[in-house]
Ligand binder design. Structure first.
Ligand code: CA
Length: 487
């Protein structure tokens, strides 16, 4: 039986059996557990003489934005930048209000997403420099990747967009598990064809190892490519996984008139351009969602959406802070919430009831969740830090997916953060630890360390224990280049 025929029926059954809204403080009992439901549907299909229902593995779509502010999309409450397509995705998603990435900046977060492990365990705690001869600066080859596992699970795998996991050919996406790749291999890229700029920002785009010219505004080109992937693999026997990593709205601040005009009312020039870049990102996501619909893949595609870190505060460099992380403290680079608490959506119309999910989750969870969704949980490596979210979000398990979450930036002795329940401890280098209660103080304004020394002690001990399973960074972030001087 063809996949598309199966997944039309499965969602209808599962939707009826899965009407619930998950909340941290209040959790209604599910009518029928997910696995029980799967069994029932399988039996029905067997009786009808059809192939097992869960031959219909969902497609998996990971959408990663770059440096997007916490409050810069409509579904997070932002009013200034309309994001109708992302809002539509949010409306069909579980919006995870305590959703995190595993690092406050680019490459380490991506290393975490693509391995399901704290990247500190394998020394990937910095951004790799663009050094094509460097065999160290990149996602270590010792790590098994998300797409490699999805291939084992029977998936066609593709990546579109920013890579930033090593410049040496051995780190190329095609060598790390992706059947198909199109994008920019470095940490960022100019948005317009032919623009001048620094090192990796002007290198040619790359398709499966071959240079390829940039033909249009980059966010649009990545949207085109992703939609083409979705269309190309629709109706195939094999499901697909697509890692769509926009470099938007990361700097350089560049946007076409089409979107700039929409924000002509914004006085701050940087903010205006940034808003236009977010609008372009939204439209590109909408293009992919539309293609899913046109090809009847919407119901049975598991979609994750995050930003790779919080919005940056580049006021010192650019003259204004053009991103909005309200109501969080701090920005990209910080281990306060503004660094790594991000817009976080999980959508799977066939199986997951839309709503709000409050317990802390982290992008490390995407990998084990996807394998479980594919009914291939047996392939999940034993050394993961991410967990399968499905039993929690579908009401099969009570409790929270994670007891404790950890962050570290700058290697051992650098900046640490740890979250357990609503308690968050921040320790900046050798400074005294700070303690916040995020349930009542999401903005980390009241340091309660002096009031609750026992919690401070517990969390400091937890960091020490966690750090035993980490190593020092194996490569350093590139140093800022020499300032350009006019001759
Ligand atoms: Ca980033």
């Amino acid at each position: 039986m063809h996949r598309s025929e199966v997944h039309i029926l499965v969602p209808q059954a599962s939707r009826l059996l899965n009407r619930r809204k998950a909340t941290w403080s209040h959790r209604s009992k599910p009518i029928v557990h997910l696995l029980t439901m799967r069994l029932i549907v399988s039996l029905v299909f067997a009786l009808l003489g059809l192939a097992p229902a869960f031959a219909a593995k969902p497609n998996v779509l990971l959408i990663v934005a770059d440096d997007l502010g916490y409050n810069d999309v409509g579904f997070q409450g932002g009013k200034e930048i309309p994001t109708p397509n992302l809002d539509e995705l949010a409306a069909q998603s579980l919006r995870c209000t305590n959703g995190y990435v595993s690092h406050p900046f680019c490459s380490p977060t991506r290393a975490g997403i693509l391995t399901g492990r704290y990247q500190h365990r394998f020394g990937h705690e910095n951004n790799p420099a663009w050094l094509p001869e460097d065999t160290i600066a990149g996602l270590p080859l010792t790590e098994t990747t998300f797409p490699q596992l999805m291939k084992q699970a029977g998936y066609t795998t593709g990546a579109v967009g920013k890579w930033h996991l090593g410049a040496h050919p051995q780190f190329h996406p095609n060598r790390r598990g992706f059947d198909e790749y199109f994008g920019a291999l470095g940490g960022g890229h100019q948005y317009f064809p032919g623009d001048k700029g620094g090192v990796e920002y002007t290198i040619p785009l790359n398709r499966n190892g071959q240079d390829e010219a940039q033909t249009k505004y980059l966010t649009e080109q990545f949207g085109d490519e992703a939609a083409a992937f979705v269309g190309r693999h629709a109706g195939e026997e094999k499901p697909w996984m697509l890692y769509l990593a926009f470099n938007a709205p990361h700097t350089p601040l560049q946007a076409p008139p089409k979107w700039l005009d929409q924000f002509a009312h914004i006085a701050d020039k940087n903010r205006q351009i940034y808003a236009a870049m977010v609008a372009a990102l939204d439209e590109a996501v909408g293009q992919v969602l539309k293609k899913l619909e046109e090809t009847k893949q919407s119901e049975n595609t598991l979609i994750f959406f995050v930003s790779d870190n919080g919005g940056p505060n580049l006021a010192a460099k650019s003259g204004s802070n053009f991103t909005d992380n309200t109501p969080l403290r701090g920005a990209k680079g910080a281990v306060y919430e503004g660094g790594m608490r991000v817009p976080f959506l999980v959508s799977w119309p066939a199986m997951i009831q839309p709503g709000v999910y409050e317990p802390p989750v982290i992008a490390l969870d995407f990998l084990p969740t996807s394998l479980a969704a594919a009914n291939e949980a047996g392939l999940t490596p034993k050394n993961l830090d991410g967990v399968n979210l499905l039993p929690f979000v579908c009401g099969e398990r009570t409790g929270t997916p994670h007891d404790t979450l950890f962050w570290r930036s700058g290697g051992p002795g650098g900046n640490n953060a740890v979250r357990r329940g609503h308690w968050k401890l921040v320790r900046l280098g050798q400074a005294e630890p700070e303690l916040y209660e995020l349930g009542t103080d999401i903005g980390e304004t009241k340091n309660l360390a002096a009031d609750r020394p026992e919690i401070v002690q517990d969390l400091v001990s937890a960091i020490a224990e966690w750090e035993k399973g980490t190593i020092a960074p194996i490569f350093q972030s590139p140093k800022p280049g020499p300032k350009k001087t006019k001759n």
